[in-house]
Design a protein around this ligand. Structure first.
Ligand code: ZN
Length: 257
């Protein structure tokens, strides 16, 4: 059966002399794997279509007895040129694409998640917006969509509201604790979240991108947010423990996102 989908290319690998296998995230079918036969041949009119981060309209043959669908044709909706020409921004985009590849359900549509994929590409493509802020926002919004929303409003133990005060993240159980409850935690696995970090995490939770965009946290706070989002995610989403593109990004920044 011939199907149409709006898709973003998450990952590609070359197959044989001229073919390509691509993992896509689609609005209509969730995560999808396709083989595009002959697409790398000079004669193919679709040669540049299946590049990572490319936003496309796809036509494919749906087969029910295999995980690999067959590419028929496609056209570009948007190429994120500014992003693709900036090595740092591309490194963030690759982490975002791998995050979706590892966590999104295959064949299960999730339009809100698809919108977040397009959102991060559009925002990383704007050189005036700090890439790391786009990434924090994307990552935490995805966790909410995937059902792993960290509670940054109430203490994991006493359930009191944090307001905008300091808190402590405890890695073994993935909980955020108020300062009063924190002495019971193992300090070796605890991360102090400053009032600035807490207000940023709460703004992201409330989908206040305008607030996140305006806030300029110090380097120590930026590092804390980075540690928090990854430690938390790896506790809750096991496939993220095998992220490959993250090492590249962390080499660029050496922990100083
Ligand atoms: Zn408490």
């Amino acid at each position: 059966m011939i199907r149409k989908a709006e898709a973003v290319v998450l990952k590609t690998i070359n197959q044989g002399e001229t073919s390509k296998i691509a993992t896509l995230y689609t609005r209509e079918f969730g995560r999808l794997k396709i083989i595009a036969k002959g697409i790398r041949s000079k004669k193919s009119r679709y040669m540049g279509l299946l590049g990572i981060t490319q936003h496309i309209q796809l036509v494919f043959y749906e087969k029910h007895n295999t995980e690999l669908q067959l590419f028929k044709s496609g056209e570009i909706v948007r190429t994120y040129n500014a992003l693709n020409q900036d090595f740092d921004r591309l490194a963030f985009a690759q982490v975002a694409m791998e995050f979706i590849e590892r966590t999104a359900e295959k064949t299960e549509p999730h339009p809100e998640l698809f919108d977040l994929v397009v959102w991060i590409l559009t925002h990383l493509n704007d050189p005036d917006i700090p890439a790391v802020k786009c990434y924090w926002y994307f990552h935490l919004r995805c966790l909410c969509e995937l059902g792993f929303r960290p509670d940054v409003f109430r203490c994991h133990q006493c359930k009191r509201t944090f307001s905008r005060a300091e808190a402590v993240y405890h890695q073994p159980d993935g909980g955020v604790y108020c300062v009063t409850c924190s002495p019971t935690l193992d300090e070796r696995f605890s991360l102090r979240l400053s009032p600035t970090v807490m207000s940023l995490l709460q703004a992201i939770d409330a989908e206040e991108w305008g607030v996140v965009k305006k806030t300029s946290p110090a380097l120590a706070d930026r590092r804390t947010i980075w540690s928090f989002i990854w430690h938390y995610s790896k506790v809750h989403l096991e496939p993220l423990q095998r992220m490959k593109s993250l090492a590249v990004l962390e080499q660029i920044y050496r922990g100083g996102h």
